[in-house]
Write a protein that binds this ligand. Structure first.
Ligand code: ADP
Ligand code: ADP
Length: 217
């Protein structure tokens, strides 16, 4: 298909800033932001079968099984708007998902081009997740670090913001543990493939974007 399509995989623990950066990068590069978490939350609010299944895992901070997750992302990537490329956020999260992504992209005559790993220490992650405010359309704010113009209101479409159920302290810790147990092996996987770039995620949002853009060039 299109040889110039670009696929970027954002890697990092929950709260590192993957969604925030993916949204900015997608806009700047003219790519689509594909967030597996947003896709699950959409299914959840539409009460689809997939949403009901995912909810039991999301609530506990566990990963949704690979087969359903892979099928969901595969379907999303097959849509025409992804033909020019995408910034993937939250997927892949296991070695099996990473292998599946390679296969999906190979079928599209494409590949993973770059994997920014956003690193942030655990205490900062907890602080970020506990102050995270979300809009229904997936935009991400922070009560202190990235506040909306009006408290609890989305800057762009004026809809109310909400706090994610899985951003409660008990679930946050489990999600961070799950990241180190199940997703961190992907760091070596992508490093060995020569695709990993390490980004200091403790910097201001604009500076993090700048570092990722430098790596892309
Ligand atoms: P992830 O997708 O990796 O879970 P998010 O992009 O949702 O992370 O960011 C988590 C929280 O931290 C959000 O409230 C976001 O506004 C805030 N945040 C993101 N990047 C930064 C940053 N560089 N500095 C401070 N806060 C940030
Ligand atoms: P965060 O932005 O904090 O990293 P996400 O929005 O990406 O969180 O994910 C929220 C939840 O959705 C996860 O805890 C998990 O239950 C489910 N989920 C999202 N992406 C995946 C995936 N690739 N594989 C399995 N489960 C996933």
């Amino acid at each position: 298909m299109n040889e110039k399509a670009t696929y970027i995989v954002m890697l990092g623990p929950p709260g590192a800033g993957k969604g925030t950066q993916a949204e900015i990068l997608a806009q700047k590069l003219g790519l689509v932001h594909v967030s597996s978490g947003d896709l699950f939350r959409e299914n959840l609010s539409n009460q689809t079968e997939l949403g009901k299944l995912a909810q039991t895992y999301m609530r506990k901070g566990e990963l949704v099984p690979d087969d359903v997750t892979i099928a969901m992302v595969k379907e999303r990537l097959s849509r025409p708007d992804c033909a020019k490329g995408a910034v993937l956020d939250g997927f892949p999260r296991t070695p099996a998902q990473a292998e599946a992504l390679n296969k999906i992209l190979a079928e599209m005559n494409a590949k993973v081009d770059l994997v920014p790993l956003i690193s942030v220490p655990n205490d900062v992650l907890v602080e970020r997740l506990s102050g995270r405010w979300m809009s229904k359309s997936g935009r991400v704010y922070h009560a202190l670090y990235n506040p909306p113009k009006v408290k609890w209101v989305d800057d762009i479409d004026g809809t109310p913001l909400y706090q994610r159920e899985d951003d409660k302290p008990e679930t946050v810790q489990r999600r961070i543990d799950v990241y180190y147990e199940q997703t961190a092996p992907l760091i070596d996987y992508y490093r060995q493939a020569g695709l990993l770039v390490e980004i200091d995620g403790t910097q201001e949002i604009e500076k993090v974007t700048e570092d990722i853009l430098k790596a892309i060039k």
